[in-house]
Ligand binder design. Structure first.
Ligand code: NOJ
Length: 574
């Protein structure tokens, strides 16, 4: 044990991948995306290089060393394509160009190349379900020009007995109100499952499917490493547009809100599977040619069983259980139940993809109590599976407050002043906090959303100076993933779990680690020494920074009576 500690101390002194114990003879060869950390960059909010208050590609290039510092290897860029920005880039008017506010194609090329030089991979967001109504395809479709006539889902609507023409059915937009909008020029309704400026493409048209494949291919040919596919649940709708969706009966949900209906006719129709297979086949085909694996991760909010079914045909949906399905305040048993499902009765092709926050949901530190910020990062980075970190989680950024009349997000605006707090995404999209200078070093201009006033202390530069800051703890958790047990090892979730603590083992051969975290509301003293752990003591190799000195890093602690306060977590070498 003493030798291990000395080795550990020596290794820590020399660099980031301090804990490496790799033995190339015995470790398995895994696809890169199983051992990576994905970091989501929301370009508008990451770093502004030209003072217009909006982040851009040059800004990202200027901060690439941040990812090296963290030990993160894969960057996912949310949309930076040409767009009127009605849904902040998820309304694309040209899938093959960069919006001037973010830079140019050359900037993108440079970003990918510079990232590669630093050993970083790039994944881009791709929006297959809809385009902006400013898109050339939509404009041509409105004019019924040739093959574009049926590129979108059009309907004459329904004629009421009194002669009035109304939308063909009761379908609702995810972002409030009817999913149908009348187009005067074409004299028809078009479908939009999101805002009215995001027209749904008609996937029953083979030309559309081909266009989308070619556009995906266009970005893949820049040498990127994969795609994050947006809103795949909405790709197909039934062809019989007279079908109304049934009421969900969800209590307290107004009838113009998406959740007031069930979505059997518009969400995840069986045809979606064929589309995913088509896309994956293209990626596999590219791999056959150049030997490079590309990763495709899907945005689809569903449960563990459906994810498992999707894995059977090679799909990798994000797991949003920790984003959407946790009670507040958090309860460790509930969290562990959701996590355990990921490892139970799954097809061999199943691979967990954990997420704790994104650009659509409140930040983890705000939602689940700021005291748990480091604990959630510890959890995310030590579980078996591919973790995705939303920008700012590494410094424990919290949501900002935005008044209704200053709202930018169309979802929040459509919800109205009484309900916007339930859905607005402005709160969790505030600028990245780099330094303690004005506007947190994000911009020299006026940021598009306010910077969180806590930036004076919560920022990258200040946190670098404190060994126990969220930033430096994140870096330590990321480094743990270089250990065989965390990189290749199995997970045993049958350890101690109660309403306050959850714990699990990561093991590879004789290398064994215990992770125990209190995400509950009260202290918990537990005996970990028995059962699967079967060890009287453990050496602390990572903490949440807020533990008593007897549990500090490199301490040997007794496992038969280990107390963790709310928000405290330990990783122990057994
Ligand atoms: C899901 C994206 O994550 C969200 O930000 C966007 O508004 C919708 N899809 C529509 O593209």
């Amino acid at each position: 044990m003493k030798t291990f500690c000395l080795l550990l101390l020596a290794a820590l002194a020399v660099g980031d991948l301090a804990y490496s114990e790799s033995d190339p003879q015995t470790t398995p060869v895994l696809p890169w995306w199983k051992t990576t950390i994905i970091y989501q960059i929301y370009p508008r909010s990451f770093k502004d290089s030209d003072g217009d208050g909006i982040g851009d590609l040059q800004g990202i290039i200027s901060e690439l060393q941040h990812f090296q510092y963290l030990g993160v290897e894969t960057l996912w860029l949310s949309p930076f394509y040409k767009s009127p920005q009605k849904d902040f880039g998820y309304d694309i008017s040209d899938q093959r160009d960069v919006d001037p506010m973010f830079g140019s194609i050359e900037d993108f090329r440079k970003l990918v190349a510079e990232a590669k030089k630093l050993g970083l991979r790039t994944i881009v967001d791709f929006v297959p379900n809809h385009t902006s109504t400013d898109h050339d395809w939509f404009q041509k479709s409105v004019r019924r020009e040739g093959k574009y006539t049926d590129y979108y889902v059009w309907s004459d609507g329904k004629t009421l007995p009194n002669g009035t023409v109304v939308a063909p059915n009761n379908w609702l937009s995810v972002f409030y109100g009817s999913a149908w909008e009348w187009n005067d020029q074409r004299q028809q309704y078009y479908l939009h499952q999101f805002i009215k400026e995001q027209a749904d493409l008609n996937y029953r048209n083979p030309d559309v499917r081909e266009e989308i494949l070619l556009a995906m291919r266009y970005w893949l040919d820049f040498g990127i490493d994969g795609l994050r596919m947006d809103a795949i649940g909405q790709l197909y709708e039934v062809t019989d547009l007279s079908l109304d969706e049934p009421l969900s009966g969800a209590p307290g949900v107004p009838l113009n809100e998406y959740d007031s209906l069930l979505h059997p006719y518009t969400n995840f129709l069986p045809e979606v599977k064929d589309e995913i297979i088509r896309w994956q086949t293209m990626l596999d085909g590219m791999e056959k040619v150049d030997g490079r694996q590309r990763f495709m991760v899907l945005e689809y909010y569903t449960d563990s069983d459906s994810r498992a079914k999707m894995a059977e045909y090679g799909a990798h949906p994000f797991n949003f259980d920790l984003v959407d399905n946790l009670d507040i305040p958090t309860n460790a048993s509930q969290i562990m139940a959701l996590i355990s499902e990921e490892y139970m009765d799954k097809p061999a092709s199943y691979w967990p993809t954990f997420v704790i926050g994104n650009h659509d949901r409140n930040r983890v530190a705000s939602k689940y109590n700021p005291r748990n910020a480091n604990a959630f990062n510890m959890l995310l980075l030590t579980l078996k599976g591919t973790p995705t970190t939303y920008y700012g989680e590494e410094i424990a950024m919290e949501d900002i407050d935005v008044a209704y009349n200053e709202s930018q997000d169309p979802w929040g605006i459509n919800a109205g002043p009484d309900r916007y707090r339930l859905v607005s995404r402005d709160f969790n999209r505030s600028p990245m906090q780099w330094t303690s200078v004005s506007e947190a070093g994000f911009t020299t201009g006026k940021p598009w959303l306010p910077v969180n006033p806590d930036y004076l202390t919560v920022n990258v530069a200040s946190e670098k100076l404190n060994p126990k800051s969220p930033l430096n703890l994140y870096k330590e958790y990321a480094a743990l993933r270089q250990l065989n047990a965390f990189k290749y090892g199995d997970i045993d979730v049958n350890v101690i779990t109660n309403d306050n603590v959850l714990s699990f083992l990561r093991e590879f051969g004789s290398e064994r680690y215990l992770v125990c975290i209190n995400l509950g509301q009260s202290p918990s003293t537990d005996d970990y020494s028995q059962g699967a752990v079967n060890s009287p003591t453990g050496v602390v190799i990572a903490t949440t920074g807020n533990v008593p000195s007897a549990q500090d890093k490199f301490s040997t602690v007794s496992l038969d009576s280990l107390t963790l306060q709310p928000g405290q977590g330990l990783v122990l070498k057994l």
